[in-house]
Design a binder for this molecule. Structure first.
Ligand code: CRA
Length: 803
């Protein structure tokens, strides 16, 4: 598309859609019009991609996830299509602020944190690698809540992201399916002496798919993210007369559960899970029928991925279709199902492992229940005599009055993977050890990754351009080519240029901070960043304790040498997680105290930015000097902000947890600050039960002063919250061992401050972190899923021609 064609198109669309002239358009109209143009640009490729897959009978994977967190899409789509520079300069020449146009777009925030963002990174990489892989999820009317601080407290506001429309989605009326809930199922003999399930009094809901194109980077592949929305089917209109009754139905896909790494055992959630699973599986089977292949070969064409246990019902739902609709035998259906399914575990936190009350499933999803019961019965029967009874009891799906979804996933799939080496090892040796005994060949690791396209190329253009200038542009397609930056570790000119790029980003963030919080920060201070969900195990509180220690040091000795630092937080707490909310309040009050203390004299600033989301992450990450990855070892399955920050040249302060272990191996000990308990030490405490927070407190006056600050009025306005925090550490013995890790944490922080003064040393570390970050590209992660688990490959164009 030429500049002239673009302007012409823009002019027409603004006229047609808004009855307006381009000159009088506001960023809102421009956003919609440009969005339409972009969509039109990839429409043909989208159609062609689908046709190619169909004609070639391409084996495809379907990534089932209850969360997707793509963020904004205008800039990324423009970049993928190679139109970004032209559109940006044209829009600016026309007299508009391109940034303002981008900012009109609501973040598509249909996820909580790492798990949902990972799903979106994966989709981006599948398309960019020309791999036939699609997403399947829920089109929530309301995304993750918007966070505001009122008096330092988190307040949640609804995220009505669809209210001004969504240019990217296509409603596919003709591909709607029905999903059935409740009723009774009984088995009826057929003429040929078999038993067939007959259902009565079911509640029928209509599932409408909304498809979004996932545009590959500089190629012709556009894959599909299919999100389902609920409606009352026309045939059922009579049953839902009142508005309230209809609302009950529509509530099903109204809101995303705002919990991260935590189970929410609620009926609506179970219904959501079955709804998008059933709709998705039905639509896959319907597509497969178009290939005119026998159902007995469906596993050669379809790979289904279960992203955490939320889509676990994929297994019984596929069984239902094969058994009830295709009349296959149990054995045949089971073989096909297991070979199609694969599962990723994302956490070892007990409270996140989904269990559903048996009665709830039985009542609301009776056919699912029957099938799960039969899977469980056969599992027990087949293993009895071969394995110890207690092992069988621990691994079976139905235990007491609960259904264990992770057990269902492992038993009903051919692959179970963790998301970082350490995590996958823990699954095998501890958390899922019993299953590892049963099915060692099913277990594997797939360390998470991120897409550098969004998190470096798009979010950090100054750095990306500099990398181009230094080593050429090949890294944009092959991220490990960033290794070539290692040749410039000693090149002062290059180091200075990288420092300037960082400085430019810090200035931009400083501006944003001032605009949104009124806090002035110095761009030459260390920008120390912790951005992730607020969770006790992630230990934002440990960070806060260190801040308090620095504050007291300065108060005691105002003349001391102190390397200025700005601590930047971004974090949402689940609305029902009172402890996490107490920590938010405490951070905000400490910020207030320190930021206004004249003795501190701007040497410390604490900034908690509201409403952390993908777009805010894109602002913060390029400007970070320090990346806080300080979860208690064993608790963070992988983490992915660690990878994003590293890519952008931040130095990690890390416990040996999740993917931090692999980051250390990549950059070398001297380019990361590690501290804290190791996995072995943590487990030793668990085994010996001899951790005593009180003993540590009693012996350390610094810790006493820091903790007392929460209850003695030093930190104002946190009576209730301060007490809760204080009690969590002492009365309840510090579940995540903060006190134990506090001293070593402060030590590495002090070292870091000193190192920061040595600009050359610091800049070299920073460069090495970027250089070594290529291996954490999700391009490679996705390729490993494609090769080892899904067995999918790009369309073979030669073969296509021969056909
Ligand atoms: N909360 C893990 O805790 C991991 C992501 C993606 C999480 C993170 O360490 O990086 O998944 N787990 O694998 C999770 O959601 C249900 O479990 C997360 O995002």
């Amino acid at each position: 598309m030429t500049r002239e064609e673009f302007i012409e198109d823009l002019r027409n669309r603004v006229r047609e859609s808004f009855a307006m002239e381009l000159e009088t358009a506001t960023p809102n109209e421009l956003f919609v019009a440009i969005g339409q143009i972009v969509r039109a640009c990839y429409a043909k490729s989208w159609h062609n991609t689908r046709q190619r897959y169909l004609v070639n009978k391409q084996r495809q994977s379907y990534y089932f996830s209850i969360e997707f967190l793509p963020g904004r899409m205008l800039k990324s789509n423009l970049m993928s299509l190679g139109l970004l520079d032209m559109v940006r300069s044209t829009v600016e020449e026309l007299g508009f602020e391109f940034e303002e146009v981008l900012n009109v777009e609501n973040d598509m925030a249909l996820g909580n944190g790492g798990l949902g963002r990972l799903a979106s990174c994966f989709l981006d990489c599948l398309a960019s690698r020309e791999l036939p892989g699609n997403g399947n999820g829920i089109r929530y009317d309301y995304g993750l809540f918007k966070q505001q601080f009122v008096d330092g407290y988190q307040v949640e506001l609804p995220d009505a992201w669809l209210k001004s429309g969504n240019v990217w989605e296509v409603r596919r009326e003709s591909e709607a399916v029905e999903v059935r809930f409740g009723g009774n199922v009984y088995m009826q003999p057929t003429k040929d002496g078999k038993l067939k399930p007959v259902a009565e009094n079911e509640r029928i809901l209509r599932a409408i798919p909304y498809d979004t194109g996932v545009v590959g980077y500089h190629n012709d592949t556009v894959n599909t993210l299919r999100l389902w929305s609920v409606e009352v089917p026309e045939s059922e209109e009579g049953k839902y007369r009142s508005i309230e009754e209809r609302r009950m139905v529509e509530d099903l896909t109204a809101v995303l559960y705002p919990d991260d790494s935590n189970e929410q055992g609620r009926l609506t959630r179970l219904s959501q899970e079955y709804f998008f699973v059933s709709a998705g599986i039905q639509s896959i089977v319907r597509y497969y029928k178009k290939l005119k292949m026998p159902i007995s070969r469906i596993n050669e064409y379809v790979a289904i991925h279960i992203n955490d246990t939320h889509p676990a019902l994929c297994i019984p739902e596929m069984m239902r279709i094969l058994l009830d609709e295709f009349d296959l035998s149990w054995e045949k259906s089971w073989g096909l199902t297991v070979s199609m399914m694969s599962y990723t575990n994302h956490t070892i936190m007990q409270e996140a492992l989904e269990k559903w009350p048996l009665q709830m499933v039985k009542y609301h999803l009776p056919r699912m229940f029957q099938i799960i019961e039969e899977i469980d019965r056969r599992f027990v029967t087949n293993l009895t005599g071969l394995y110890p009874d207690d092992l069988i009891q621990r691994t079976r799906i139905i235990q007491g009055d609960q259904i264990h979804m992770a057990n269902l996933c492992i038993i009903g799939s051919h692959s179970t993977n963790g998301v970082a080496k350490l995590h996958s090892d823990l699954l095998k040796s501890v958390v899922l050890h019993d299953f590892y005994v049963l099915y060692p060949e099913r277990f594997n690791n797939k360390t998470n990754g991120i897409t550098q396209r969004r998190w470096l190329q798009q979010a950090n253009e100054p750095l990306a351009n500099l990398i181009d200038k230094t080593i050429g542009t090949s890294w944009r397609k092959e991220p490990t080519d960033m290794e070539r930056l290692m040749n410039y570790c000693e090149d002062n000119e290059v180091l200075v240029a990288f420092e300037q790029a960082k400085q430019q980003n810090k200035l931009a963030l400083a501006k944003y901070i001032e605009k949104t919080t009124n806090i002035k920060v110095q761009p030459n201070a260390i920008f120390d960043v912790q951005i992730k969900r607020l969770h006790a195990y992630k230990r934002q509180l440990l960070n806060l304790m260190h801040i308090l220690k620095c504050y007291f040091d300065l108060k005691d000795n105002p003349e001391m040498d102190f390397v200025p630092r700005v601590w930047i937080f971004g974090a949402k707490a689940a609305p029902s997680y009172t402890y996490a909310k107490a920590i938010i309040k405490a951070i905000n009050e400490v910020a207030n105290l320190i930021n206004h203390d004249p003795i501190i004299n701007d040497r410390m600033k604490v900034v908690f930015l509201e409403n952390y989301n993908v777009s805010l992450a894109e602002r913060i990450i390029p400007a970070a000097d320090v990346s806080e990855q300080i979860s208690l070892a064993t608790k963070e399955a992988s983490g992915t902000s660690n990878m994003k920050l590293m890519s952008n040249g931040a130095i990690t302060v890390a416990t040996m947890d999740g993917a931090n272990v692999e980051i250390r191996a990549a950059v070398g000990d001297e380019n990361i600050y590690t501290f804290g308990l190791t996995e072995e030490e943590v487990y030793r405490y668990y085994e010996q039960g001899n951790y005593s927070a009180q003993a540590i407190y009693d012996q350390d006056p610094v810790i006493q002063r820091v903790l007392n600050a929460f209850v003695d009025g030093t930190i104002p306005n946190i009576q209730r919250e301060g007490q809760e925090i204080f009690d969590s550490l002492l009365r309840y013995n510090d579940e995540f061992f903060l006190l134990k890790d506090f001293v070593p944490y402060c030590q590495v922080q002090a070292k870091l401050s000193q190192d920061y003064l040595n600009r050359e040393k610091w800049q070299k570390m920073s460069l090495i972190n970027t250089a070594k970050s290529g291996i954490f590209s999700a391009d490679y992660t996705v390729q490993r899923y494609a090769d080892d688990i899904w067995q999918i490959a790009p369309v073979d164009l030669h073969k296509e021609k021969r056909n």
